[in-house]
Design a protein around this ligand. Structure first.
Ligand code: SR1
Ligand code: MG
Length: 401
């Protein structure tokens, strides 16, 4: 079938014709529930049995802007293949793909609708005691097994080829690493922080460090990244976690994915200024978020290093001292990328609800100023970071100023 964007009814019809999903004659309902920046998402459900699937279809443009921003449909292939690679490594942490249609740029997958988007959960003040262990495992396994450490050199290079993702990478190159640091038309920030934003545009040492991080993003094909691992790409319950939406997947530096998780915890930390009125509750939740930042890194690194020692096929991986120097650089990359991802969410095109939902503009501006200061410190001081507590100490000291 030639490409066309499906209606709710056409999505039902499409699923009915797929073998093995629903019984013949099943009475299915369909609801378009996409609230992201790019795609259509249909929830197809059989009320009688409670069974449901998700149909996700790429639009030939970025939904957030409209048809004036054309965007490749190949991102649907990238997403569906990345989901399957990640599912192979950590099936409990990724939705299962049932079907992919290249022509329609459409994936049919497991519905994890009993979970909620983690960003929403954090805004509501929920705590997720297993989150760090789960996301640490996702990061360690998906990154290790797609890197030169955990895959055959031919297989790795073939994957690099399949995941050349130029148009979505260009979005990141522009929106994360370039536009927020100059007076670009895509920027979208609270006018009350104009002075702080202009100071960033004029901060040459900061811009140099961001340019170095961008250069590594452009050139360092280390592992198959998720590519957009913010808390809106993570579904959670108290006991379960599912990572969705890897359409920005490509081969890049590991710290970009780990940094994305940490950045989004810290965006919520900054947002607490307006999200939580009670100062005691706010402090306690902030401490929870900082502990989670430490645990995410510690879980990731302990599982990654364990895989390195037990599974690394690359012979040079076992040269004395290599893993320690790798991990040391990785935590600094992680801090730097976390910083860029914080700054882009305050200044650039796509903001986050953790800040945007603060109704009072003045309070919101104070939260945004804190986020900017944290982002800047993470980038400029990343070479002094050796362990996770260095990150959280830095955040505490910036907050105290
Ligand atoms: C036009 S896309 C804007 C942002 O949404 C996605 O989630 C990515 O973060 C991208 O930068
Ligand atoms: Mg997304």
């Amino acid at each position: 079938m030639a490409y066309r964007a499906l209606t709710e009814q056409e999505a039902v019809q499409y699923v009915k014709e797929l073998p093995g999903l629903f019984s013949e004659g099943a009475d299915l309902s369909s609801r378009e529930i996409g609230d992201g920046n790019l795609n259509l998402v249909f929830d197809i459900r059989e009320e009688a049995t409670g069974k449901s699937v998700i149909v996700k279809q790429a639009l030939p443009y970025a939904r957030v802007v409209g048809e004036s921003w054309p965007l490749t449909l190949d991102r649907a292939r990238i997403e569906s293949e990345a989901l399957q690679i990640q599912y192979k490594r950590v099936p409990e942490l990724v939705p299962q793909v049932y079907h992919f249609d290249q022509e329609l740029a459409l994936t049919v997958m497991e519905n994890v609708g009993d979970h909620i988007i983690m960003r929403k959960g954090l805004i509501e003040g929920n705590r997720y005691p297993l989150f760090a262990k789960q996301i640490g495992k996702f990061l360690a396994h998906t990154l290790f097994y797609t890197s030169d450490l955990g895959s055959h050199p031919y297989e790795k290079k073939a994957l690099v080829g399949r995941f050349i993702n130029p148009e979505l990478c260009k979005i990141t190159e522009d929106l994360v690493f370039t536009d927020p640091y100059e007076n670009a038309p895509t920027n979208n920030f609270n006018p009350l922080i104009q002075r702080e934003v202009e100071a960033i545009w004029q901060n040459k040492p900061l811009k140099l460090e961001i340019a170095k991080l961008k250069y590594d993003f452009l050139t360092r094909a280390e592992a198959l990244l998720h590519g957009d691992l913010h808390t809106g790409s993570i579904f959670v319950t108290k006991t379960s976690l599912k990572v969705i939406d890897p359409e920005f997947a490509y081969y890049g530096p590991l710290g970009f994915d780990i940094g994305a998780v940490i950045a989004n915890l810290l965006l919520n930390y900054a947002g607490q200024h307006g999200l939580q009125a009670d100062p005691g509750e706010r402090e306690s939740y902030r401490e929870y978020l900082l502990e989670t930042v430490e645990d995410v890194w510690n879980e990731f690194v302990s599982q990654f290093v364990q895989l390195w020692h037990k599974q690394a096929k690359e012979r040079s991986a076992h040269v004395e001292g290599l893993w320690e120097s790798y991990v040391n650089r990785l935590i600094q990359d992680t801090a730097g990328y976390a910083g860029c991802k914080i700054l882009r969410r305050v200044i650039g095109l796509a903001g986050v609800a953790d800040l945007n939902e603060i109704a009072d503009e003045q309070t919101r501006a104070e939260a945004e100023r804190l986020a900017l200061a944290i982002g800047e410190a993470l980038i400029l001081q990343r070479t002094k970071i050796g362990e996770s507590t260095d990150i959280t100490d830095l955040v505490r000291s910036v907050t105290a100023k």
